[in-house]
Design a protein around this ligand. Structure first.
Ligand code: HBI
Length: 96
């Protein structure tokens, strides 16, 4: 059974943002750009996110661009915005 946490306010989101994360109000998502990877490391990094996303039943938008940069975008489609589920996944990604 998946949880249905409520959409957080901008204030709540901004107060919870961790290192390197920002709130994209237009996209209604929290976003982080990882820039210190090689192309192979970037692809590997994405591969490591996949099982965590499945485990949490929460899936990021991921963009591998400019050869070796990875942008992670997290939002909760069910809630139409950012929820604690996004921060939980953000934490797990930061721990990789
Ligand atoms: N991933 N980012 C994100 N947002 C969701 O709302 C979401 C998800 N992965 C799976 C999921 N929801 C399912 O729980 C629902 O589609 C049933």
């Amino acid at each position: 059974m998946s949880e249905r946490p409520k959409k957080l306010t901008s204030e709540e989101i901004n107060s919870k943002l961790g290192d390197g994360w920002s709130f994209d109000e237009k996209a209604n998502a929290i976003v982080k750009e990882f820039t210190k990877l090689s192309f192979s490391n970037a692809a590997e990094f994405i591969g490591k996110i996949a099982p965590i996303a499945n485990e949490q039943d929460h899936h990021p938008d991921i963009l591998l661009h400019d050869y070796k940069k990875v942008r992670i975008m997290l939002s909760t489609h069910d809630a139409g915005g950012v929820t604690t589920n996004d921060f939980k996944l953000a934490k797990a990604i930061d721990a990789l």
